[in-house]
Design a protein around this ligand. Structure first.
Ligand code: NAD
Length: 268
């Protein structure tokens, strides 16, 4: 085990069987947090994450729930409390894309993305907040009663043609995150967004799986490399730790400069 910034705490991470969620789960477990690994389809991958955490000396369980379904989310939080006794951190990570040209986009493609990416964050954050308020600050564990991390995207601020459902869900997360941060701060609950740039995961495989696609992608990243799940995992650990205790209601971008409008580097 490396640093133990989250010792004695537990975390619930949605969509933690793959990509960024998996990276965050492993980073937080290395930092000492016990983890509930949520999955919706792929139990084998979730069990692999659980095994990896156990092999590092940590504690973890997996739990199947669709974050867009209220009763499944409530059952997941009940399982977390039953297993770990309390809860300190929630990472709203589950998300997906259903891309289509705007005029071809079906209502189902719109509703599915909003339902999982945005309503899923509402359902999980609401359960978390109720538990954090009931629990209060646990002295000797953390200065906050709880921490909610909302996985957003650079598309919280960068418009994205052909992906309006996804961009709208991420723009929505920004105001959702800020509004609940304002409401929950007096309860000593911190709410923070993470805005990843291009991170190498299954969600954006088309953008990095061939050298041509990767080179095209790199023209959008001034720092010159694609991100890895652990880039986000390291940031999430720090956000959840007491080192970030005075931070709430903002999104932190981890994007190698993607939000710096690199198209203007040579005079626009
Ligand atoms: P991924 O496809 O590897 O992981 C997404 C996870 O969400 C999977 O585990 C999937 O099963 C889960 N999920 C989907 N629908 C769900 C549901 N209804 N209930 C529970 N879980 C569900 O992709 P990723 O890149 O790791 O994406 C994780 C998050 O990061 C998403 O919110 C995504 O929008 C965001 N993000 C990713 C990137 C990137 O470049 N990879 C950039 C910005 C933001």
């Amino acid at each position: 085990m490396e640093q133990q910034k989250l010792k004695g705490q537990s975390v619930l991470i949605t969509g933690a069987d793959s990509g960024i969620g998996r990276g965050v789960a492993i980073s937080m477990a290395k930092a000492g947090a016990k983890a509930l690994i949520n999955f919706v389809h792929n139990q084998d991958s979730a069990e692999e994450v659980v095994s990896e955490i156990r092999s590092l000396g940590g504690e973890a369980i997996s739990f199947k729930a669709d974050v867009s379904q209220e009763t499944e989310v409530q059952a997941m939080f009940a399982k977390h409390i039953e297993t770990f006794g309390s809860i300190d951190i929630v990472v709203n990570n589950a998300g997906l894309q259903k891309d289509a040209k705007f005029t071809d986009m079906t209502l189902d493609e719109w509703n599915t993305v909003i339902g999982i990416n945005l309503t899923g964050q509402f359902l999980c954050s609401r359960e978390a907040a109720k538990l954090f308020i009931k629990q209060g600050v646990r002295n000797g564990v953390s200065r906050a009663a709880g921490k909610i991390i909302c996985m957003s995207s650079v598309h919280e601020v960068i418009p994205w043609a052909g992906h309006v459902n996804y961009a709208a869900s991420k723009g929505g997360i920004n105001m959702f995150m800020k509004s609940i941060a304002q409401e929950l701060a007096p309860h000593r609950i911190r709410v923070i967004g993470i805005g990843p740039g291009a991170i190498q995961t299954p969600i954006n495989k088309d953008a990095w799986e061939t050298p041509e696609a990767l080179n095209k992608l790199l023209t959008l990243i001034p720092y010159g490399r694609i991100g890895q799940p652990e880039d986000i995992g390291n940031l999430a650990v720090w956000i959840a730790s007491d080192e970030a205790d005075y931070i709430t209601g903002t999104t932190i971008f981890a994007d190698g400069g993607m939000t710096l409008y690199p198209g203007f580097t040579d005079n626009g």
